[in-house]
Design a protein around this ligand. Structure first.
Ligand code: PAF
Length: 293
């Protein structure tokens, strides 16, 4: 476990246990404050910062959880290699207006194995659900535990994890959580690459190669209006196949609400392209909206 240093933060508290978290929240609630939650796995970047800033602007108290959740990793190497930068995370969180950081240990969140099964087919069986079996079950396990512990009024998630956002919205609907789920736009590097904690694992050459992912998605936006769905899919697949150092896992054009593949542009008012690409050993995801509802 990565404990933060003993450095004091002026206005931000760091707690490690659900008991301490709830003691602080009880005081916040007694003062009539609304509480927003930003769940993260740390290795924070500007994308997370945008969620925290928005949360701080919309709620009196902003809780940020920092926890690398083992149950959502289907690949042990990915879990082991997931970047961990607690000191830098804390500085960023304080600058962005977080009031409480919850950084539990694995034993705190999983005192015994979580046997719960969350199944929201077909939302969680396509795309990431197909290629990362068990991933969304792990996401729902940890997010539901965080919701139960924090009981936020609002919770903030990035649209880069487009499918995750849809699955969490469905979990909230089915479990009747009285929580408003706020989806926040993808934040990109100046050259267009979607920000991701995994970008830190790219070599300089891989970082250059990875740029082709967002470039291709943006080019496909221009291509799509005069071409069919199948042609647009092929345009993206061919561009990635021809790019050095990239291996396409999938590119799907889906209805943005059901996440089911679309056959033509007319069958939906919300069309989204979701892509996953291996850049060397690093798995990167991104998405682009062709039609907004
Ligand atoms: O998106 C993430 O960083 C994680 O999946 C989340 C929502 C914090 C759950 O571990």
């Amino acid at each position: 476990m990565h404990r933060f240093s003993k450095r004091n933060y002026y206005s931000m508290k760091i707690v490690y246990t659900i008991g301490d978290l709830q003691s602080h929240l009880a005081v916040c609630r007694a003062q009539g404050n609304r509480v927003g939650l930003v769940p993260t796995m740390g290795a924070l970047h500007e994308g997370h910062a945008s969620l925290v800033r928005r949360c701080a602007a919309e709620n009196e108290k902003t809780v940020v959880s920092v926890f690398v959740n083992p149950t959502q990793f289907n690949d042990p190497t990915d879990l082991e290699k997931y970047p961990r930068t607690p000191e830098a995370d804390n500085s960023l969180l304080e600058r962005c207006g977080a009031t409480l950081v919850f950084a539990p240990s694995v034993a705190e969140m999983y005192p015994e194995p979580d046997k719960r099964q969350f199944s929201y087919a077909p939302l969680d069986t396509v795309m990431e659900g197909k290629y990362r079996p068990g991933h969304f079950n792990g996401v729902c396990q940890i997010v539901s535990k965080l919701f139960d512990a924090v009981q936020p009024d609002r919770a903030y998630f990035g649209e880069k994890d487009f499918q995750q956002l849809a699955v969490i919205r469905e979990m909230v609907r089915r479990m009747h959580y009285p929580i408003e789920i706020v989806g926040c736009p993808i934040v990109r590097e100046p050259d267009g690459l979607a920000m991701s904690s995994r970008n830190a694992r790219l070599s300089a050459e891989e970082r250059q190669n990875a740029l082709k992912i967002s470039q291709t998605l943006f080019e496909s936006l221009t291509f799509a209006p005069s071409h069919t769905v199948a042609e647009t899919r092929r345009f993206v697949e061919d561009a990635i196949a021809g790019a050095p150092g990239l291996r396409l896992e999938y590119f799907e054009l889906v209805d943005g609400d059901t996440l089911q593949p679309i056959a033509d542009w007319q069958c939906t008012s919300h069309a989204v392209g979701c892509i996953t690409v291996f850049c060397g050993a690093v798995r990167l995801i991104d998405n682009i909206t062709y039609k907004k509802p």
